[in-house]
Design a protein around this ligand. Structure first.
Ligand SMILES: Nc1ncnc2c1ncn2[C@@H]1O[C@H](COP(=O)(O)OP(=O)(O)O)[C@@H](O)[C@H]1O
Ligand SMILES: [Mg+2]
Length: 287
């Protein structure tokens, strides 16, 4: 019998996971699926044909340890998905630079190493905008993310300088449509488009995530937008078991990449009834 491991964390308490929807389908098809914590010191990766990175929500706090475990899985008999080299590339938002170099439209981004207050004050001129977002190059869930304008207090800028000492930060013009419309996430399984959700921030906030009160709904984007997402993924030049393309719309209505999520627990499986089956199909096809 083929054995599959879903890579997860020690305890999912307090986290939302719909991986059981996919696991149940695979098990009904006679496949064995074990949920294994990436921190499990006794895990025997050789017994698996495939290890799917699913719900290691806590990897960002211990990124190098996590990558070490993935390297061990990669060296075992198991096939790791998404592939190790893709994960290594995707953990740091510097991958956005590579996408841009490949001709993919990303949200305009300036890269700041250990930004000082003067660098932050200069951003409005540099990015030619009245509102700027500053965020970390490793991060998720909008941690350490700030929305600044020319009236932002010197104390706030000083606290950002302190927070980002010795770290790389991204600065972007604030994209207005995030407030008026939202950010969309397109999910792909085995290179095939599956479904899309629209995430809109709650009133008074700019962060679209559910944990910050954002509202999520399933939508059907126009084909041009799906094509844009597909072309963005093609720039990765690697087969991907799953991918989530987060994009926003610029002032000229053109889509632009906010993030490519290739190590992502949240694939919005509960918003599309057919999506767990599509994911299961892609997993089975990869065995
Ligand atoms: N340039 C931007 N303009 C408007 N909102 C932004 C911008 N960058 C980030 N945000 C908001 O902050 C959230 C988190 O930023 P994101 O780049 O997706 O990082 P992560 O999800 O890894 O924390 C986005 O989902 C969006 O709501
Ligand atoms: Mg995001």
């Amino acid at each position: 019998m083929s054995c599959i491991a879903f890579l997860t964390m020690d305890s999912l308490e307090g986290f939302v996971s719909y991986d059981y929807l996919v696991r149940d389908i695979l098990q009904q098809r006679g496949l064995r699926v074990d949920e294994v914590s990436w921190r499990d010191p006794h895990a025997n990766w050789d017994q698996y044909e495939l290890v799917v990175i699913r719900s290691p929500w806590d990897y960002q706090q211990s990124c190098s340890q996590f990558l070490d475990v993935l390297a061990r899985i990669d060296a075992s008999r198991a096939n790791l998905q998404n592939p190790l080299k893709v994960v290594r590339w995707n953990v740091e938002k510097t991958y956005l630079r590579d996408l841009q170099d490949s001709g993919v439209t990303i949200v305009p981004t300036a890269w700041l190493q250990s930004p000082r207050v003067a660098d932050l004050s200069n951003l409005f001129q540099q990015l030619n905008t009245g509102h700027v977002v500053v965020k970390p190059f490793i991060g998720a869930g909008a941690t350490d993310t700030f929305w600044l304008n020319s009236n932002s207090s010197p104390e706030l800028l000083q606290s950002i300088e302190t927070l980002y000492q010795g770290r790389l930060a991204l600065a972007q013009p604030f994209i207005e449509s995030v407030l008026s419309y939202g950010e969309i996430s397109l999910t792909f399984f085995g290179g095939q488009y599956s479904h899309t959700v629209l995430k809109t921030p709650k009133s008074g906030d700019f962060r679209v995530q559910e944990e910050h009160g954002g509202i999520i709904q399933r939508i059907d984007p126009v084909p041009e937008v799906v094509d844009f997402a597909r072309r963005s993924l093609a720039a990765v030049q690697s087969d991907l078991l799953y991918a989530r393309v987060d994009l926003v719309f610029l002032e000229n209505q053109q889509p632009a990449i906010m993030e490519l999520e290739l190590i992502e627990p949240s694939l919005y499986l509960s918003y599309d009834d057919e999506s767990p089956r599509r994911f299961a199909d892609a997993i089975e096809a990869g065995l």
